[in-house]
Design a binder for this molecule. Structure first.
Ligand code: IPM
Ligand code: MN
Length: 371
């Protein structure tokens, strides 16, 4: 199969982690007879520096003509500390989501035995945690009318949802739960918010079409607590934009490292795949960032291309690195390997080049990955 992939390195550690994914994708292409054609484009602080815009028109043009987008990270401290900045890197991402109608953000939260000790949760609460969050991504308070009064003392962010915006993502979440444990939790604040009551009404109606799926409804404050107390109870979580932003960051710490988590944003057109970690500017260019979140996002992209066996192989490679202690600094502050080395090892595994004995001292010197 031939696929056109728009690559947006973005900011901070974006370029170095995304390069590892491309390396792995190339190994997959080689092994399975595919072809991935990359086209590079700009977004975020990098785009502002180079063009003045966080999402240049050329980027939109390229992504519209691609099969998928592989995206690194967005954000730079110089904008975070300046709330009055007129142009912000995040505007590029929000505009891209809206332009491509990427209405569903999918974030799987998996736990790995090898990382249990890093999780703030007790091991007994971690075993078997497997949650996927479906966050609405193009509506709600993020995209509502925003106003600041002339005297600067009153501000407003409007939160609006239309039935069709709820139906289209709920459909994806119901379908996904049919493939999984057939449990779906709608997270809302229906005791207070009108939009949440609409979400509940729509989801309740739709549940009739999925009689096998056990649906429950949970207020977001309780869900935040349940996520820590007993994450195993969740299978598929469906929620609106803002609640999903918060709950998914909370859920991400369960794994033990934010650097591990992938995501997919899908809609009617080109889909986008990105790790959920930020741009981590302090680590940029140091070759220390964890590339696995990006590599696992590339695996989600392979699934999206219906390359299921290929995606499975990439996930197996990632698990192999973790189980053998080939990890970056975020996972092991003492014995760790570079971003590039981890990328090389995942690639080598995909190429079936991993020998039974690996020379760890060569690896730590960033020499050849294979003896
Ligand atoms: C995310 C991020 C974005 C969001 C920011 C960068 C605008 O936190 O993808 O979750 O809030 O959606
Ligand atoms: Mn977020």
């Amino acid at each position: 199969m031939k696929k056109k992939v728009a690559v947006i390195y973005g900011d901070g550690i974006g370029p170095e982690v995304t390069k590892q994914s491309m390396k792995v994708l190339d190994a997959i292409a080689q092994r399975f007879g595919h072809e991935f054609e990359y086209e590079f484009c700009l977004m975020g602080a990098d785009a502002i520096d180079k063009t003045g815009s966080p999402l240049p028109d050329e980027t939109l043009e390229v992504v519209l003509n691609s099969d998928a987008i592989l995206f690194g990270a967005i954000g730079h401290p110089k904008y975070d500390n300046d709330p009055s900045a007129k142009v912000r890197p995040e505007q590029g991402l929000l505009k891209l989501r809206k332009s491509l109608q990427l209405f569903a953000n999918i974030r799987p939260v998996t736990t790995y035995q090898a990382l249990h000790h890093l999780s703030p949760l007790k091991p007994k609460n971690l075993e078997g945690v497997d949650v996927v969050i479906y966050r609405e991504l193009t509506g709600g308070i993020y995209f509502g009318k925003k106003e600041l009064s002339e005297d600067g003392n009153t501000a407003m962010d409007d939160c609006t949802y239309h039935r069709h915006e709820i139906e289209r993502i709920a459909k994806l979440a119901f379908e996904q739960s049919m493939q999984r444990q057939k449990r779906l939790t709608l997270v809302d604040k229906a005791n207070v918010l009108e939009t949440s009551r609409l979400w509940r009404a729509v989801v309740r109606e739709m549940a009739a079409n999925y009689p096998e799926v056990a649906v429950d409804y949970m207020f977001v404050d309780n869900a935040a607590m349940q996520m820590i107390v007993n994450p195993k109870q969740f299978d598929v979580i469906l929620t609106e934009n803002m609640f999903g932003d918060i709950i998914s960051d909370e859920a991400s710490v369960i794994t033990g490292s934010l650097g591990m988590l992938p995501s997919a944003s899908v809609g009617t057109g080109t889909a986008m795949f990105e790790p959920i970690h930020g741009s981590y500017p302090q680590a940029a260019g140091k070759d220390i960032a964890n590339p696995l979140g990006s590599i696992l996002s590339a695996a989600m992209m392979l699934d999206y291309f219906n390359m299921f066996e290929e995606a499975k192989l990439v996930r197996a490679a990632v698990e192999w690195t973790l189980e053998n202690g080939f990890v970056t600094k975020d996972i092991d502050p003492v014995n760790n390997y570079t971003t590039t080395t981890i990328g090389d090892l995942v690639k080598d595994f995909v190429e079936n080049k991993i020998p039974s004995a690996i020379n760890k001292s060569n690896l730590s010197l960033s020499k050849s990955t294979i003896i």
